[in-house]
Design a protein around this ligand. Structure first.
Ligand code: 5AD
Ligand code: SF4
Length: 468
């Protein structure tokens, strides 16, 4: 048994991460058995779940949509805010009842919550029937834990609190045949004072450029139209691995592979260089969409957050990015950071009024275990925090709506991904700059890039029809 240790997780040394290839143990112990997986949180977790599915299927398991008839249930968890926690504990309540009816069902918890000491302590105390807990650093060991658990019927808790390694060649079962996630950098070294990610995901580790490029060549050869380069801070790519190769070089090399669309998330303003902007501007298959979290518009709060830029510096970068033809820029904003005054909040509103973002994900500050901000004095009432969030959302939505309205009557290129969720008679896709469009059109267009005429615009999506 190995329990998480948040102090160990915080350590950063100069040690070079271990790079290694996944070794399949070839045991088909899952044949005839079914698994059910639920994923919480960010795109990294979505992609980890694609690896979990790949691993399980390599051992013979098959996926089930039905929780009640599955043999193994996996919860791939998120720790970013308290409500992510609450969702998992809510689902665990449901699992308890299922386990009472069917004691043979195997319940696994993995992902970011498994890296938190308080969570694992609670599981050991109140949810003793959970069978397997493992963290973000040892996904490659998952099958051996599971097999041991099935053979010995013993509970397994194995959470590594290390800086992290880089495992190549994990099996993967991708959710889409059109768009694919590709990790380029793991972990984070920024240690923004509110954020738990550097503790749950470890040190910033770039994958080798050859491994990334080969993965994308394979994706292109198997018919994929779009890749999204993933990382907590993709703009730091290469800094930990190369003297002279960064995200702009990687984007350039990936662009030359000739895959139709290339995206990248998430960007940190600190690491954004002019060369990266130039590449987005000039490379036709690098999409004009940037997710650029600002978090706050107040320099005082930005300093307390440890964000390493000022409002003015952010605005300067925003202006440079705005020069890119057809670009859309979205952001993340936290309200109610400890000590945030009405004045600080108004600075945030001011930035939103200046940037008129295409979209913003807005959050109320949530204190996270062992992070510096969790210890800062927080004297803002819940009511006030909610009130600020609502005021902010109103302005954010106004600009999303106004920006979308500009597309009325225009013809845009969309990559069609599938049936529309809103209306199964329609199809849906994304524009180059990441606007969701629900389209009157034939399902045979799924997987194709087509011209679409925009007929209506809402805050969060557009409507359109195929332009012949
Ligand atoms: N409380 C609220 N929001 C947070 N985020 C990260 N940590 C916290 C926290 N403790 C938000 C940030 C980040 C996004 C992924 O989640 O805005 O960019
Ligand atoms: Fe968290 Fe900051 Fe790293 Fe983003 S850059 S994952 S907010 S520590």
């Amino acid at each position: 048994m190995k329990l998480p240790n948040m102090l160990e997780a915080k350590k950063r040394t100069t040690a070079i991460p271990k790079f290694f290839d996944y070794e399949d143990n070839k045991s088909k112990f899952g044949l005839g058995k079914k698994y059910f997986i639920r994923t919480y949180g960010c795109q990294m977790n979505e992609h980890d779940s694609e690896n979990i599915k790949g691993l399980l299927e390599s051992a013979g398991f098959s996926e089930s949509e039905d929780l009640n008839s599955s043999d193994v249930v996996i919860m791939n968890t998120c720790a970013i805010r308290e409500n992510a926690h609450n969702k998992v504990f809510g689902f665990l309540g449901q699992m308890k009842k299922l386990k009472e009816v069917n004691p043979n069902i195997i319940v696994c918890i993995c992902g970011c919550m498994a890296q938190e000491k308080s969570v694992v302590d609670e599981i050991m105390k109140k949810y003793r029937w959970v069978d397997l807990v493992f963290g973000t650093h040892n996904l490659n060991e998952m099958l051996s834990y599971l097999e041991k658990n099935i053979i010995n019927k013993e509970k397994i808790i194995e959470v590594e609190s290390i800086e992290g390694n880089v495992c190549e060649g994990l099996p993967v079962k991708r959710d889409s045949k059109i768009t694919a996630w590709v990790n380029i950098i793991l972990g984070c070294d920024k240690f923004c004072t509110y954020c738990i990610v550097p503790y749950t995901r470890g040190k910033q580790r770039s994958r080798k450029k050859e491994d990334i490029i080969n993965e994308i060549i394979e994706l292109k050869e198997s018919g994929y139209k779009e890749v999204t380069l993933l990382g907590q801070n993709v703009n730091a790519y290469g800094k930990d691995l190369y003297d002279n190769y960064d995200l702009s070089d990687l984007l350039n090399d990936v662009s030359n592979i000739g895959i139709e669309r290339i995206r990248f998330v998430t960007s940190h303003p600190w690491d954004f260089t002019d060369r990266m902007i130039e590449i987005i501007k000039t490379k036709e298959n690098v999409m004009p969409y940037v997710h650029l979290p600002i978090q706050s518009g107040s320099n005082r709060i930005l300093k307390l957050m440890g964000r390493r830029y000022t409002k003015e510096e952010y605005l300067k970068l925003f202006d440079k990015l705005s020069d890119i033809e057809n670009i859309s820029i979205t952001t993340d904003i936290i309200v109610g950071f400890p000590g945030e005054t009405e004045e600080d909040f108004n600075e945030t509103i001011d930035v939103v009024n200046k940037c008129k973002f295409d979209g913003a994900y807005t959050f109320i500050f949530s204190p996270r275990e062992n992070t510096p901000a969790a210890l800062m004095e927080d004297n803002i009432s819940e009511e006030e925090k909610n009130n600020r969030l609502q005021r902010l959302n109103k302005i954010v939505n106004k600009y999303s709506n106004e920006n979308n309205k500009k597309y009325m009557g225009k013809i845009v290129k969309c990559l069609i991904l599938g049936e529309s969720e809103k209306d199964p008679c329609k199809i849906m896709g994304y524009t180059e700059n990441m606007k969701l469009v629900n389209i009157e059109g034939d399902k045979s267009l799924i997987g194709k890039i087509v011209n679409v005429k925009i007929t209506d615009a809402k805050s969060f999506s557009l409507d359109g029809k195929i332009e012949e």
